[in-house]
Design a protein around this ligand. Structure first.
Ligand SMILES: [Zn+2]
Length: 395
């Protein structure tokens, strides 16, 4: 048994202002005690009086096949199996060392990430989608998920379920990183998206949809998807959030992962900036739109799109929390919930991780400071524990 004690704590839903003592036995949390409780006989305690103890963070949108370089996604089809495996291993390690103990991979290259599930070693818990389902020549087509027609879409969903996917990802609009696709255009009809959702739900899997264009977001809501990635609501005349759409997102309990979390001072590569400008989107404009989503009561997740470029290295959920709290106006406890318990639920791991509670996986992060006074402490992991095992935090 081992104990972890800190002077401030967040349990996945609320702050424990006096801190806490978490007892770990094997890979699980045995108990969550008052900070003043004595440790059981023979139980060593890691004590960080000035730190904040939280559940390990959860990133609901990553690309473990991408290495964060300017051509991160473009280069993936050029990598042989050995090099791609090395990229994923490095991504997993960087993720974990930053205190992110669970990720949802939403853009596999064929089945690379999914087929590594269950491997041992220094890695976070990975929930994988396999190759995103996309239209022929559509967004991220090179990942291997091109599909057209309702019958083939249903078969594609079943294949993912059979291979062990934990979520189905569908590309409902074009994307920034696939030249030749149109961000404001829809890649599937409502009927096609409904078939994906129906087939996934029959297999017990949630569906999350990539959607930049307003029309695509509206189709996703009509089709009953469980989550929407980006949710940029782009139209040919700019970003637009109709009140009825926000209300429908709230009423449907749809999770929106707006993929915030931009490394400060790092601009996207020039070719990406050019595509953003052509689509009429900017980072600042997107953050203001996310603030509108929050004010409308939409449920947000703190996923980042990790790996896709230099502003999006692996393991930066702390920066997504900072974006939610700062420019997006989300209260701190809610932003941390979006990065822990709520994110774990979106990954299908709601009863297993994302909370400091007895019986949960011992996925822990001690940040080097009081995050209620200084949120940048979240960017300084002091202790990282994954399923009961300590790993060396990033310097
Ligand atoms: Zn992505």
């Amino acid at each position: 048994m081992h104990g972890y004690r800190a002077g401030t704590a967040f349990d996945g839903e609320r702050f424990l202002r006096d801190g806490t003592l978490v007892l770990v036995e094997g890979s699980r949390i045995l108990g969550v005690e008052p900070v003043t409780a004595p440790a059981p006989d023979g139980c060593a305690v890691t004590d960080v009086p000035g730190g904040t103890l939280l559940p390990g963070l959860v990133d609901t949108h990553v690309h473990l096949c991408a290495d964060g370089s300017p051509r991160a996604l473009d280069q993936v089809p050029e990598l042989d199996t050995t090099r791609l495996d090395a990229v994923v291993t490095a991504a997993e390690r960087a993720t974990l060392r930053a205190g992110v103990t669970t990720v949802r991979d939403l853009g596999d290259h064929h089945w690379t990430v999914l087929d590594r599930a269950g491997r041992d070693g220094e890695r976070p818990t990975v929930v994988a989608a396999g190759p995103p389902i996309t239209s022929p020549g559509g967004h991220c087509w090179s990942m291997g998920g091109e599909t057209s027609g309702i019958g083939a879409l249903r078969r594609a969903v079943r294949e993912r379920a059979e291979r062990g996917a934990g979520v189905v990802k569908v590309m409902a609009s074009g994307g920034l990183l696939t030249p030749g696709t149109d961000l404001t255009a829809c890649q599937f009809t409502v009927e096609e998206l409904r078939a994906v959702v129906d087939e996934a739900h029959r297999s017990g899997l949630p569906v999350t949809a990539h959607a930049h264009g307003l029309a695509a977001v509206e189709r996703c809501v009509a089709a009953g998807v469980d989550g929407i990635e980006h949710c940029s609501c782009l139209t040919p005349s700019g970003v637009h959030l109709p009140p009825g759409l926000a209300a429908a997102l709230v009423a449907g309990g749809t999770d929106v992962c707006p993929t915030v979390g931009f490394l400060p001072g790092v601009d996207p590569p020039p070719h990406v900036q050019a595509r953003m400008a052509a689509a009429g989107t900017t980072v600042e404009g997107h953050l203001a739109h996310v603030a509108d989503l929050h004010r409308a009561g939409v449920t947000l997740l703190a996923g980042t799109d990790a790996g896709i470029g230099p502003a999006k290295p692996h393991g930066q959920v702390a920066y997504a929390v900072a974006d939610l709290v700062g420019p997006c106006g989300v209260p701190l406890a809610e932003a941390l919930t979006a990065a822990t318990s709520r994110a774990a639920r979106a990954c299908g791991l709601g009863g297993r991780t994302g909370r400091l509670a007895a019986g949960y996986d011992a996925d822990l992060l001690v940040a080097d400071g009081d995050v209620t006074a200084d949120l940048t402490a979240l960017q300084r992991p002091r202790v990282v524990v994954t399923r009961g095992r300590e790993v060396a935090p990033a310097p």
